[in-house]
Design a binder for this molecule. Structure first.
Ligand SMILES: Cc1cc2nc3c(=O)[nH]c(=O)nc-3n(C[C@H](O)[C@H](O)[C@H](O)COP(=O)(O)O)c2cc1C
Length: 177
């Protein structure tokens, strides 16, 4: 089986600035990854002046066609896992209610329908957070609905929730071994 035929890691980035820099650092350590950006992710990466600088072995996909035809790759065994890191409140809410109307929510829904595991790093993990905004640290108080949605994620099929950068790194390590 050539490298091209080997199932890849799919990594989705949403428009969450919380731990974005750390997620991008973990992403850059990967090879043979397909990277998917929500429209908001593209904007937020620019706000943080964070270029992805991906090696040539990686492929980059942006929000485009409404039907997200790229999800077909899950049905042909193209991906061994999906990582969604970081995951915005908006995308988490859609994921736990089964909505798939964006590139990233489509990836998640169809990964699940193909029994491919998703590692999800949600931004709303605690009722009080310190988060790095483009111009410095800010306090964030996720609402009850945000925290409830994060809790619902653990009950979703084929979903592994990583609540810290350390646990995201550990889950990525398990995929590599
Ligand atoms: C600089 C910046 C940082 C942001 N950080 C967050 C965040 O940490 N968490 C979050 O839920 N939304 C954050 N947002 C708002 C999201 O980008 C917005 O809700 C967007 O609609 C999410 O779309 P997506 O889920 O399709 O990526 C941020 C926006 C900006 C401009």
């Amino acid at each position: 089986m050539s490298v091209e035929d080997t199932p890849r890691l799919a990594w989705a980035i949403t428009g969450s600035g919380h731990f974005l820099k750390e997620c991008v650092a973990l992403l850059r350590a990967q090879t043979h990854v397909d990277v998917f950006l929500s429209q908001a992710a593209e904007e937020v990466l620019r706000c943080y002046h964070l270029p992805l600088d991906l090696p040539e072995t990686c492929r980059l996909y942006k929000e485009g066609a409404a039907s997200a035809p790229v999800v077909g790759r899950f049905y042909r065994g193209g991906y061994r896992a999906l990582v969604i890191a970081p995951t915005s409140s908006n995308t988490v809410a859609k994921m736990v209610f089964g909505i798939s109307d964006t590139l990233i929510t489509n990836l998640y829904a169809h990964a699940g329908k193909c029994r491919v595991p998703s590692i999800v790093f949600p931004c709303d993990t605690e009722s009080e957070l310190s988060s790095e905004a483009p111009d410095g640290m800010v306090a964030v108080y996720p609402r009850r609905i945000d925290l409830e949605n994060t809790r619902k994620l653990v009950h979703m099929e084929y979903t592994i929730v990583a609540e810290t950068v350390g646990s995201l790194d550990a889950e990525l390590g398990k995929l590599a071994s």
